[in-house]
Design a binder for this molecule. Structure first.
Ligand code: ZN
Length: 392
């Protein structure tokens, strides 16, 4: 099937002006000023009023659900395809979380394969909060080398009362194993690190970088925007070349007054001189999220949404005045480079045809294409998960 998006303002993510984009066989065939083909051969999408950006990458989603921190009934549900599609997310990286007992890396792998069959691209991290990390084959290294979808380890918890209280040697060893696994398999081999509210903040990771040969880019510390002190440590970390990941489901209503929204955080990081190729957003989707009322009293648990991913990019653009070409990098080219997803995160000839069309009037999501297949068109869902209601 050939799909031609005609005369559309294109962000690859850098601004390219008005282009025609031809999609064939799941890939971007050509991007040119003008492409003419007989209308009988192609499905044409009129790009008037729209902008094309790369499909979004959400690098931290609890695909099989997370939570369970308030007892078994607070175990959160799995991700369904339509939530990803509505949020413009065409690539997800799944992870476990606090619960590495009743949830397994094997189940996570199966869920990732299912979502891939349904139409989006998926990867996973091996491990959970706990150390030593649960794996499929017996080690972080062999999971990364032997299992196509495993691109690193995570989310390993530090500076948190729910962590295994890992010591320096344990974190260094996990990072070393992940690095070697990545080198052997041509993958990123990163360690996605859950940062808690603890006062030690990034200390453990900083020590590994200072005292071993592991490069700073081997770590992707996440939830950096959960409190101002951690945020400031994150700015220093990023200035030294490290990646920082801001969680889009973190907000004052869910993480307390101290929390910084990812959209505000992006603006502040850029103002502090952190380059955009160090800053990513992830949603923490399907994780449990405490909800507080206006007085700050706990009222119950909610579920993190992958829809917040682009919501915070939009906030940075609309409220923060960050350009769309810059802000969009936090969920496209930056995570693609950090996670070595070579066919993702950019609009260019030969790469996967993961494309989101935005309405320029309000930067809302209009259409979503995943590996060349239209998943949402003008706000109408065209693809739903296997057990989702097929209409409505
Ligand atoms: Zn976490």
């Amino acid at each position: 099937m050939l799909l031609l998006i005609r005369s559309i303002e294109t962000y690859a993510p850098e601004a390219q002006g008005t282009r025609d984009i031809l999609v064939a066989g799941g890939a971007i065939e050509r991007i040119e000023d003008s492409i003419s083909l007989p209308d009988s051969l192609v499905t044409v999408v009129d790009g008037a009023g729209l902008a094309a950006v790369p499909g979004f990458i959400d690098g931290h989603v609890h695909l099989t659900g997370g939570g369970g921190e308030g007892g078994f009934r607070t175990r959160t549900p799995e991700l369904v395809l339509s939530d990803a599609v509505r949020g413009g997310v065409t690539t997800v990286v799944g992870c476990l979380g606090t619960d590495g007992v009743t949830r397994s890396v094997t189940a996570l792998l199966a869920k990732a394969r299912g979502l891939e069959e349904e139409g989006i691209s998926t990867f996973i991290y091996t491990g959970s909060y706990g150390v030593p990390p649960p794996t499929i084959t017996g080690s972080v290294e062999s999971d990364i080398v032997l299992i196509d979808k495993v691109i690193g380890a995570g989310e390993i918890a530090v500076s948190d009362h729910r962590s295994s209280q890992p010591v320096f040697e344990e974190i260094a060893r996990i990072a070393g194993e992940a690095r070697r696994g990545g080198i052997l398999s041509g993958k990123a081999g990163v360690v996605d690190v859950h940062m808690g509210d603890g006062a030690r903040r990034l200390e453990l990771l900083e020590r590994v970088v200072a005292e071993t040969e592991i490069p700073i880019t081997q770590f992707v510390p996440t939830h950096i925007n959960r409190n101002p002190r951690l945020f400031e440590s994150g700015v220093d970390w990023a200035r030294r070349g490290g990646f920082v990941d801001l969680t889009t489901s973190v907000a004052p209503q869910t993480a307390g007054d101290q929390a910084i929204t990812a959209g505000q955080g992006l603006k502040r990081m850029l103002d502090a001189g952190v380059p955009i190729d160090r800053i990513s957003f992830t949603s923490d989707g399907q994780g449990s999220v405490p909800v507080f009322d206006a007085r700050g009293s706990f009222v119950g648990l909610g579920v993190g949404s992958v829809g917040s991913l682009f919501g915070e990019v939009r906030r940075a653009v609309v409220e923060g005045g960050v350009s769309i070409a810059t802000a969009i990098q936090a969920i496209t080219s930056t995570p693609a480079a950090a996670l070595k997803l070579k066919t993702k995160g950019r609009l260019a000839t030969g790469l996967d045809a993961d494309i989101v069309l935005l309405r320029k009037s309000d930067w809302s999501i209009h259409s979503v294409i995943a590996r060349g297949r239209p998943m949402m068109r003008a706000g109408d869902l065209l693809a739903r998960g296997t057990f989702e209601p097929q209409s409505g």
